[in-house]
Write a protein that binds this ligand. Structure first.
Ligand SMILES: [Zn+2]
Length: 153
């Protein structure tokens, strides 16, 4: 039961980054299911004040019930805070496939992101806030195309 609930919950898509699931984002911190089928699911939002949090909680609860949980409690954990270093390699590859430059590693020196289309390292920032709060808009000098960059935080 626990494995089924965890797999269902991990596959819930992020409301803002539809290409990624909350499991791939590293937002899913814990899943426990007791003998009565009551699930407690711990999630950490990708940034504070995330307006999508209520959607995520509702989607997580629905996914757990669909997987057989008789009751669901969604716990929001803010400590330790989510960072872009929790993104899985799969998540980084999916972002690049969607034309979004993945964030740099906080543990490595910050480099300007390369173009996700042509891989040119020569890019400039157009706006520090894109469609979502965690996105910057950049343009590639190589192919001239604008692209979104998920900022490391
Ligand atoms: Zn380019």
């Amino acid at each position: 039961m626990r494995a089924r609930v965890e797999a269902a919950v991990a596959a819930v898509p992020d409301p803002e980054l539809r290409v990624l699931s909350i499991g791939e984002l590293g937002m899913l911190r814990g899943v426990s299911v007791d003998d009565g089928g009551h699930a407690v699911i711990t999630v950490t939002p990708t940034y504070l004040g995330c307006p999508a949090l209520e959607f995520i909680k509702a989607d997580v609860a629905a996914a757990a019930r669909a997987a057989g949980a008789t009751g669901v409690e969604v716990v929001v954990s803010l400590s330790p805070p989510w960072t872009t270093d929790w993104l899985s390699e799969t998540a980084r590859a999916k972002l690049a496939d969607a034309g979004i430059a993945p964030p740099g590693r906080l543990s490595l020196p910050m480099l300007a992101p390369g173009c996700p289309r042509c891989s040119s390292p020569d890019t400039t920032e157009l706006a520090s806030c894109g469609a979502a709060a965690c996105m910057a808009l950049r343009r590639c000098t190589g192919c001239g195309e604008p692209f979104e960059h998920m900022k490391a935080h």
